[in-house]
Design a protein around this ligand. Structure first.
Ligand SMILES: NC(=O)c1ccc[n+]([C@@H]2O[C@H](COP(=O)([O-])OP(=O)(O)OC[C@H]3O[C@@H](n4cnc5c(N)ncnc54)[C@H](OP(=O)(O)O)[C@@H]3O)[C@@H](O)[C@H]2O)c1
Length: 281
């Protein structure tokens, strides 16, 4: 099975690169310079008969910047997603796409896929609009909504905490936002596992799924766990003391049970996954 991965230099894309080294599937990776998902001319470079599955790791992920640069967020998260979906429809190639917990409205218990949609910020809105384009296109798709993604690659909370701990002896972290951290390697590995176990006709239970490591924690507790072996004080602060351009949800714990049941994959607890990531870092 031949798989084309776009946005291959982002953190999830780089985790797919790692996974591909031990996979029986044949992956081809395209970074942004090689393939801009929002540029129609990029698509003329692809040879459809050589592709069985499209995986879109490309996205505009600057959550705060998206509030002010809506047109760029739209171009990548909406138009880019639409163009990939249209390419998939035209050539009968399924699309695996990633979205975010930020598409959901207010919640106070683990969020399932049928929870009300009410994006809390423009990044979330653009990701939702991209999802809608994929659904409307009619392409066979998996849309996987994930949250608090981290890995040994790129910019993410775990790496930021480790960097701050070198520079400071005291760090302030918000204690009133609860969510589900997700190790990007777990997500990439799970997608590879789904594709490896698919039949030749690629008959999969297409649709929308949540994917996050199990467990609910606050950013503060997550930081304490990341820095437990470091000589640094992690001080809890309220969100009101850390203003950002984009609103973040106070409670955003994803329930990944639909994914686990559909694909027979057990997703690890966040502590176990964080430990594996810290070993790699
Ligand atoms: N990070 C999170 O906490 C989080 C949470 C929930 C959901 N997600 C979703 O998970 C997916 C993966 O996120 P991530 O953390 O791996 O993001 P990331 O590290 O920001 O990677 C995104 C990649 O997309 C590339 N890209 C941007 N515009 C592009 C374009 N027009 N054409 C091709 N490539 C383009 C970027 O290239 P450059 O490096 O050149 O900019 C970057 O390599 C995304 O769909 C994201 O929305 C992420």
């Amino acid at each position: 099975m031949n798989i084309a991965v776009f946005g291959a230099n982002g953190q999830l894309g780089r985790c797919f690169r790692d996974v591909s080294r031990e996979s029986t599937l044949c992956y081809t990776f395209y970074n942004r310079d090689q393939f801009d998902i929002s540029d129609p001319f990029s698509f003329t470079e692809l040879n459809p008969p050589d592709i069985d599955v499209l995986i879109n790791c490309a996205a505009y992920t600057a959550v705060d910047q998206a509030e002010e640069d809506r047109s760029t967020a739209d171009r990548i998260n909406v138009t880019g997603a639409k163009m990939l979906a249209d390419f998939g429809v035209l050539h009968n190639i399924p699309l695996i796409h990633f979205s975010t917990d930020y598409v959901y409205g207010k919640a106070s218990e683990p969020i399932s896929e049928d929870q009300e949609i009410d994006p809390v910020n423009y990044y979330g809105q653009s990701k939702w609009n991209g999802e809608e384009e994929i659904r409307k296109s009619g392409v066979s798709h998996l849309i996987i909504r994930t949250s608090w993604l981290y890995s040994e690659y790129g910019h993410n909370f775990v790496k930021t905490m480790l960097r701050l701990a070198i520079q400071h002896d005291k760090i302030k972290v918000v204690h009133d936002q609860t969510g589900s951290p997700t190790y990007a390697q777990d997500l990439a590995r799970a997608v590879d596992q789904i594709l490896r176990s698919a039949d030749d006709d690629l008959e999969l239970p297409w649709g929308i799924y949540n994917f996050a490591n199990h467990g609910a924690i606050t950013w503060h507790r997550f930081a304490v766990e990341i820095l437990k072996d470091k000589a640094v004080l992690v001080k809890p602060i309220p969100t009101s003391d850390y203003p950002t351009l984009a609103v973040r949800p106070a409670y955003s714990v994803l329930d990944p049970s639909k994914f686990e049941h559909a694909f027979g994959i057990d997703i690890p607890q966040w502590q176990e996954s964080l430990e594996r990531c810290m070993e790699k870092i």
